[in-house]
Design a binder for this molecule. Structure first.
Ligand SMILES: Cc1ncc(COP(=O)(O)O)c(C=O)c1O
Length: 576
């Protein structure tokens, strides 16, 4: 029941609470709001259906007509129809029980229920006689929800309308209709533990964020060419959490757009055209950004060079010896020279400080400081891409670059900041932003609109109020500790990487192909058997990627770890 849509409902909608205009033959009023309650929406037709039976005004085989009438005004979901039989029969059972109790303790009260209890017993018999399956099917037909009930999402239709190349997760694609906290629900009301999605940062459909968006959307949704204080409040709250030189914002609509703007700003500020990125990095989909995103399918751009990822076993608190640091400095040096040989100097080094698509690493500050020193000496700006690690996901710092000891010149934000409302932000020094605005002008129609601003503010407030950064730390530590324990027991598990609520678990095999196949098998088994949703990551796609919404707690971690342990046992026994 918790998974169903809820709202204020009348709660007692039966014939005695309606006024009818007999001349017009229409209902003209509703009485008795004393039972109003915030409850699953489907209780409204459930009460009406069972009361009309109890009052003897209808028969079980006419119930579908009531539901059909209701759905003409208020469509219902398959999961709601799926529980109707239980709700209607439970209501009758309660009437019978109340009557039985009153017969012993409250004679007067029992007499009031006499008639209803008789009907209730008869109706209950009839309902049970017709059976749950038959009635539920009739009600699905009446509500127009039967097509969705068991059918997989229509793949042919999807391919026809969106192109066959559009990606889908999992061997058995999931059809999801609702989310709440760390849970997702399919049309049958089955719930899935979400250990993958970072966009619903403070939890799916968080009521504070939803209310803020609903309220603002009903008032005003314009753009930044008018004065509006909410976007200033948001900019103020964001920049207050940044180093002092990052003091002004440009608002856009996605992480890709934010990186595109950062790239233009870096080229403008330095007069250079070269870009440095980490090997296997992902920064987005615009033409310019895809050029420095090897995974985006774009040919290698000569203006772009890659740096090697850090040694995988390193953690943020490790030190590095002189030889390892010399290797990092050499790698940066080679990158600068390679660009120079192609006629370019570096404008920007883009780094996602979680190194997510490179394989999820957690190297110490000295690793990054060593590379960055060389790149800065060549005139490069540093762009901290916080699309993955921003807003406290590391558990130790609000911004991921702080965990790496880095102070970027420009930072970019996306995914989690609007909890599902599309937003992107570029934060830089005001002088740079003003020079950029003067040279190019800049306006994004939707960027920074008042609805986006309230969504962003609400996310920051919920993060603080629910202490979700601290939760990312404690739950993340607990999760990694439990994963290490199972990794020690399974030959096909390797390193446990990451910090906070971004965790990578390495899957091993006799060869790269087997490791990748095992990873896919584990991910699919978790989704279809255990209803636990995770992903895979890394250049060899052999890292289990665990990146849940931030209200992910210990009890969720326990469910996840048990499921992974069982899946790994099953998969490890199979031949690759
Ligand atoms: C590190 C990083 N930067 C940028 C992007 C692009 O963001 P968007 O998909 O919102 O354009 C992504 C998306 O996955 C990302 O992971």
């Amino acid at each position: 029941m918790r998974g169903l849509r809820a709202q204020a409902i009348h709660g007692d909608c039966h014939a005695h609470n309606l006024l009818v205009d007999s001349a017009a033959g229409a209902v003209c009023g509703v009485l008795d709001f004393g039972d109003m309650i915030h409850a699953p929406l489907i209780l409204e037709p459930a009460v009406a259906m069972s009361e009309l039976l109890t009052e003897g005004l209808t028969t079980p085989d006419e119930l579908a007509a009531i539901l059909e009438g209701y759905t003409l005004v208020q469509p219902v979901e398959p999961a709601e129809v799926a529980v109707l039989f239980d709700l209607v029969t439970a209501r009758h059972a309660v009437t019978i029980l109340l009557h039985a109790w009153r017969s012993q303790h409250d004679r007067g009260g029992a007499r009031v229920l006499e008639h209803a209890a008789g009907y209730a017993a008869r109706s209950l018999d009839l309902l049970l006689g017709m059976g749950r399956a038959q009635l539920t099917q009739e009600w699905h037909d009446a509500a127009g929800t039967s097509a969705l009930d068991d059918a997989p999402v229509d793949l042919g239709r999807r391919h026809r309308l969106m192109g066959a190349g559009v990606e889908l997760f999992y061997e058995q694609p999931l059809h999801l209709v609702r989310g709440e906290g760390v849970w997702l629900f399919d049309p049958q009301g089955r719930k899935y533990l979400d250990v993958y999605n970072n966009v619903p940062h403070v939890g799916h459909s968080h009521p504070t964020v939803v209310r803020a968006i609903q309220r603002q959307t009903a008032i005003l949704a314009t753009h930044t060419r008018y004065l509006h204080e909410t976007i200033l409040d948001y900019a103020e709250e964001l920049t207050a959490r940044c180093p002092t030189h990052l003091d002004a914002c440009i608002f856009v609509n996605s992480g890709s757009e934010a990186n595109d703007v950062a790239w233009r700003m870096a080229q403008f500020a330095t007069g250079h055209q070269g870009a440095m990125i980490m090997a296997h990095a992902y920064h987005g989909i615009t033409d310019a950004v895809a050029a420095f995103t090897p995974g985006a399918g774009q040919p290698q751009d000569p203006r772009v060079v890659t740096l090697a990822p850090p040694p995988a076993a390193l953690t943020a608190s490790d030190s590095m010896d002189a030889a390892d640091l010399a290797a990092v400095a050499d790698d940066a040096e080679i990158a600068v020279r390679t660009l120079a040989a192609r006629g370019f100097a570096p404008a920007a080094f883009f780094i996602d400080s979680a190194l997510t698509s490179s394989g999820i690493y957690d190297p110490p500050p000295i690793w990054l400081a060593t590379a960055v020193a060389r790149l800065r000496a060549a005139g490069s700006l540093i762009v901290g891409d916080e699309v993955q690690y921003g807003l406290g996901r590391s558990g130790s710092h609000f911004w991921g670059y702080e965990r790496r000891g880095l102070s970027p010149d420009i930072m970019t934000l996306g995914k989690p900041i609007g909890n599902g409302y599309p937003m992107g932000v570029v934060i830089a020094n005001r002088r740079l932003i003003e020079a950029f605005q003067t040279r190019f002008g800049f306006f994004s129609t939707f960027g920074g609109n008042p609805v986006a601003a309230v969504a962003g503010l609400a996310v920051l407030h919920v993060l603080d109020r629910e202490q979700l950064v601290a939760n990312a730390r404690t739950t993340g530590d607990y999760l990694r500790q439990r994963l290490r324990a199972i990794a020690a027991q399974h030959e096909c598990l390797g390193q446990v990487r990451g910090a906070g609520l971004l965790v990578g678990l390495e899957v091993l095999g006799p060869d790269v192909h087997t490791a990748k196949v095992r990873t896919t098998q584990i991910v699919n088994r978790l989704a279809s058997r255990d209803r636990v949703l995770i992903g895979s990551e890394g250049p060899m796609a052999n890292i289990l990627k665990l990146r849940p919404p931030m209200p992910f707690r210990r009890e969720h971690a326990d469910v996840l770890v048990e499921a992974i342990s069982a899946a790994v046992s099953a998969v490890g026994l199979r031949p690759g």
